[in-house]
Write a protein that binds this ligand. Structure first.
Ligand code: NAD
Length: 509
């Protein structure tokens, strides 16, 4: 039987994925029922074996077994494995980024940026290893010292989403390792190959610097495999990134066993455009935030709240920019919008656009499928939709490139609209009015974990704490003092006097 052009192309992608894995030192997985696909063609890259409850149990056991020795290694010495990982990431940046493109469909520039973020967070973690500070407080008792010390927590379970298949793992793992924890990672079932590559590089880094490679474990599969991590009391912290639906399923189960959760869930991010805004800058920021990564970032811009006086102009300029966006194979130069991850994402996008119409919305441009590489690949033009009001649809996160435009007359209303969603991840204001900018960042301004001025909602730097409020889950990862989530705190009181004074001036006996 002759191969179709699409089949041939899919086979080329599969061969390329195998070559990239081989180049990074990964052994090809035993074939099984977990199918790694490329959204570029919809074809299969490689079949893998799904972990079973028994193999997950064993992986957690190995991570738990490695913990007692690992926690006693001084933190700056632990950093050696992260330093070596960073070196390997630099050496394999192009290959890992290409695998991200093959498996998650990101354009090359964004995939390279994702791996750069991994390198950056490794550097951050190396410096952090000498700064796991505890505070010293004045004791109310003479001859006493009161202080805090921070200790490793145990096994950290990491559940990650498809859309940042490698960076989110690095945020968690680089920090967890310098904090003295061991890690069991369950990546998205949609992106198992990039996970295999990262796991291979980390295990190699460990061996190169004489660290027990069992400090890191990888388990592959869907939510069922995730459940095994969620319910296991040996997992001290579960760091889970994904949809609000996933967080709602996971959080009560972890809480029921008094485990800790770090949740990084969905967003429904807005940008306000005020009359004073620098529109050239605003439009560039808006288009990247809304259409970049085909709208498949947790921080993607989904709602634009524009002052009525400039709404037509802003919408016209965004629509003009959208027509210039090249949608297509993310491996090709000049392409700015790659595929949606799968058919389900495309269907959700189309259903949302139909509902928008039913709720009085008008599609200004985009939304249609672009049939480029066969029936199993889902490419869509980013959609720009004017909405008459803030409907239930607009308040939901549809994980696809749809930007809803709403108008406002006074700034209070704009802030109220920004906050009128269940999620609380990222937000922006474009304004040159300092009062508006400061108000947006104030206690009665944006209620999100990320609030920006004159910059889009997406593209956070690793140095800040990343995460959001409300249904986004309240977790913080990456920079600032996010490391505290990966450690346990002890309060220590030391009496170096010859007396035994009690706190609060109590006399006993
Ligand atoms: P998803 O919720 O479908 O899956 C995420 C991960 O959770 C996967 O590994 C999946 O197997 C696992 N999972 C799902 N249900 C589970 C359960 N009941 N128990 C245990 N594990 C379970 O999300 P997705 O489609 O991969 O990613 C897109 C979503 O993730 C969007 O909502 C996006 O906003 C969100 N996201 C958030 C952040 C953030 O930092 N806030 C970052 C990336 C993605």
């Amino acid at each position: 039987m002759t191969q179709t052009v699409t089949e041939h192309f899919s086979e080329q992608l599969s061969l390329r994925a195998r070559a990239l894995l081989h180049g990074m030192g990964a052994e090809l997985p035993t074939p099984g029922t977990l199918l790694a696909r490329s959204p570029i063609s919809g074809g299969i890259l490689l079949p893998l074996t799904i972990d079973t409850p028994t193999t997950v149990d064993a992986a957690i056991g190995r991570a738990a077994g490695a913990f007692p020795a690992w926690r006693t290694v001084p933190a700056p010495v632990r950093a050696a494995v992260v330093r070596r990982l960073a070196e390997l990431l630099v050496a394999h940046q192009g290959a890992l980024a290409e695998l991200v493109t093959l498996e998650a469909g990101k354009i090359s520039a964004e995939a390279l940026g994702e791996v750069q973020e991994m390198i950056d967070v490794c550097e951050f973690a190396i410096g952090l290893s000498r700064q796991l500070y505890g505070a010293t407080m004045p004791s109310e008792r003479p001859g006493h010292r009161l202080m805090e010390t921070w200790h490793p927590l145990g096994v950290v379970g990491v559940i990650s989403a498809f859309n940042f298949p490698v960076a989110v793992w690095a945020w968690n793992t680089a920090i967890a390792l310098v904090c003295g924890d061991t890690v069991v990672w369950k990546p998205s079932e949609t992106t198992p190959l990039t996970a295999l590559a990262c796991h291979t590089l980390l295990r190699r880094a460990a061996v190169d610097v004489g660290v027990n490679p069992e400090v890191h474990q990888l388990v592959q599969g869907d939510a069922t495999v995730g459940h095994a991590l969620v319910d296991d009391p040996r997992v001290a912290l579960l760091s889970a990134t994904g949809s609000v639906r996933m967080g709602a399923a996971v959080a009560p189960r972890v809480a029921a066993r008094f485990g800790r959760c770090l949740l990084e869930l969905g967003g429904n991010n807005a940008a306000i455009v005020a009359p004073s805004a620098d529109l050239d800058l605003a439009v560039r920021g808006i288009v990247f935030a809304a259409a970049g990564t085909a709208g498949q970032r947790c921080t993607s811009l989904r709602r634009l709240i524009v002052h009525r006086s400039i709404a037509d102009e802003v919408v016209g300029r965004i629509a003009a920019a959208y027509t210039q966006l090249r949608v297509g194979n993310p491996l090709e130069e000049g392409v700015l919008v790659g595929p949606l991850i799968d058919e389900r994402a495309y269907t959700a996008m189309q259903e949302a656009l139909v509902r928008a119409g039913q709720e009085g919305g008008v599609i200004v441009c985009g939304g249609e499928r672009v049939d480029l590489i066969g029936p199993d690949a889902y490419y869509a033009r980013p959609a720009l939709v004017r909405m008459p009001k803030h409907t239930e649809l607009v308040r939901e996160e549809t994980f696809a490139p749809i930007l809803y435009v709403l108008t406002y007359d006074d700034f209070d209303t704009a802030i109220a609209l920004n906050n009128d969603v269940p999620q609380g991840l990222s937000s922006s204001v474009f304004t040159l009015d300092q009062r508006e900018a400061e108000r947006f960042l104030s206690a009665d301004g944006s209620d999100c974990g990320i609030a920006n001025v004159n910059i889009g909602t997406s593209g956070a730097e690793i140095g800040g704490a990343f995460g959001g409020e409300k249904n986004t889950g309240g977790g913080r990862e990456s920079g600032s003092d996010s490391w505290k989530a990966y450690m346990r705190r002890a309060t220590n009181t030391i009496n170096y006097s010859t007396e035994l004074p009690l706190a609060q001036g109590i006399h006993f006996g």
